[in-house]
Ligand binder design. Structure first.
Ligand code: STX
Length: 314
């Protein structure tokens, strides 16, 4: 059966929630006020949400809750790294859930959204009804190395050169640290160029079929600065996990929750090994490999699989 994205819709409610003295996060609700709650977790970290994220769930059935995580999208302060860790984001989800009066919700997240979904569900399994994950990422050293240092470089040497050549030769042995210095320096022009180069590298490698318009949209300063600064901050801190394999090792806490793991075979940003390892440790979860897709939720096979999952969990 083929599924269509649900129609574009506007939120029936939205606002900002003060989650700490410093941070306020944007949230919105669309679909059915009295429907089955789902929370949608965006990528990056630092990418912010988009209106497209409202379209993967039947709006007559679901109460669709979308938010911008700390420091990005419409959350403030913009691109802020203070008090910005995985565990702050996990607790923000609890604050938002209680604020909105939701008892339990479905958790839907792709890419970094899958990381946060796993961290959240493992911390608060009792409030999660189902889990839908796409493009699985657990911020292990091997995953960050693959994408930002050596690995993906061999598939996209042309794009990698644009990313790497911004950094002088004597700093190229640790590109994440070299970018962090520039993304947090006092010179605004350097920060901005670093943000563009960092973001372009990821934007250009997202899908099997290139999408130059998406690349241009993502490298705009108001997206790229938050995305690059926040993502780099999380990567150099290994996602703020205590153990390298934490999210994989702790899967026992959530194995009882119905789940689907959706992964593109040719995902260059978050290669399939992580999804496969997760699926091996979680035999109860349905593992869907999309054979002709990369990383994004907009590739046809990935969109289909995500829609099939939300329909199955209605
Ligand atoms: N970072 C991958 C990620 O979460 C590990 C991600 N990659 N691209 C995106 O998110 C956007 C398409 C949202 C920019």
């Amino acid at each position: 059966m083929t599924h269509q994205l649900f129609p574009e819709i506007e939120p029936y409610a939205s606002g900002h929630l003060q989650v700490s003295e410093l941070h306020r996060i944007y949230w919105e609700e669309s679909g059915n006020k009295n429907g089955k709650p789902v929370v949608i977790l965006h990528g990056g970290p630092g990418a912010g949400s988009s209106p497209l994220m409202r379209r993967f769930h039947d709006p007559e059935h679901y109460r669709i809750i979308v938010l911008d995580q700390r420091g990005c999208g419409r959350s403030t302060p913009f691109a802020e790294l203070e008090e910005n860790t995985t565990w702050h984001l996990v607790e923000d989800l609890e604050k938002l859930r209680k604020f909105l009066g939701v008892d339990k919700w479905q958790v839907f997240g792709g890419s970094w959204g899958s990381t946060l979904a796993l961290a959240y569900a493992q911390s608060h399994p009792e409030v999660v009804t189902e889990i839908i994950l796409r493009g699985i990422f657990t911020v292990r050293r091997s995953e960050v190395q693959w994408f930002n240092q050596w690995g993906a470089s061999e598939l996209f040497p042309d794009e990698f050169e644009l990313y790497k050549s911004f950094i002088p030769g004597d700093e190229q042995d640790d590109l994440v640290e070299a970018y962090h210095r520039r993304l947090t320096c006092d010179d605004e022009a350097v920060r901005l160029e670093a943000a563009r180069r960092w973001t372009r590298w990821e934007a250009a490698t997202l899908s099997v079929i290139p999408d130059p318009l998406r690349v241009e949209a993502l490298v705009e300063p108001q997206i790229a600065l938050a995305f690059a600064r926040i993502e780099c901050h999380y990567f150099r801190n290994q996602g703020f996990f205590e153990r390298q394999e934490q999210l994989l090792e702790d899967v026992g806490r959530i194995r009882h929750i119905p789940a689907q793991i959706i992964q593109g075979r040719y995902d260059v940003v978050t290669p399939m090994r992580t999804a496969w390892e997760l699926a091996n440790r979680w035999p109860e979860a349905q593992f869907v490999v999309v054979e002709d897709a990369g990383h994004t939720m907009t590739e046809p096979g990935i969109t289909q699989a995500l829609l099939a999952a939300t329909e199955a969990f209605k």
